[in-house]
Design a protein around this ligand. Sequence first.
Ligand SMILES: [Zn+2]
Length: 249
Amino acid sequence: MKDFIHFFGTTGNKDIFFKKIRSPGGLYLSVDETNIIIDPGVNTFYKYIHTYEDKIDGIILSHIHIDHSNDLNILVEFMTNGGQTKQGTLLVPNQAIEDKVLYDYVKDFPKQLNRIKPNTSYKIKNIEITSSIEHKHGVETYGFQIKTKNHNIGLVTDTAYFPELLNSYQGCELLIMNVPYYIQDKPKPKHLDIPATEEFIKIIKPEKLILTHFNSNILNSNPILLASKLSQKYGIDVIAAEDDMILNL
Ligand SMILES: [Zn+2]
């Protein structure tokens, strides 16, 4: 089977998806015969069942915000045949359990429920997933390194920039980064912008970088143009994600 990542949607911003400018939704990673849904936001379940027939081996949640977690429970039901088959692995921050973002009644459905700890490795079938240090995002949030047979993929989810963050993504040749801002304009930032992205490029030196999770701030500055400017400046492949983009690995 081909290895790929499907970007169901490319925004988490309510203004953008309420106005139907971009779709919300998570990522679907199908690599080394392992199928994982990451951050199942609004629409993820619907898009998944209308596109794929495959069994899901695991679900990863970076944090509880609704643009990441909305379809979590229905996907747990789907992965486990409505709780009839104890299978699959779930990785969630402890807060998702404490705040009942993961419903109590589905908690025991998967074969394994892991409460994510920082800098810790987990296995979903053939894939190794290592959590980052805790991100700074106002709620308990983790990014991930995903190690496959041929790739080392960094998923840099929502966070303010701080230099220690970079240690968690060393060695990644592919970075997928949530960058809603061209220039962060909030006094207490909770997200990344293009100058922060440049710090990642300089230190991590990825071969390829995907920008996603756009809000109006970066969309007004044309992310495709920003991506091509970064490509030229640093001599790496930078892509601005589109809804339903398939990235072949
Ligand atoms: Zn968030």
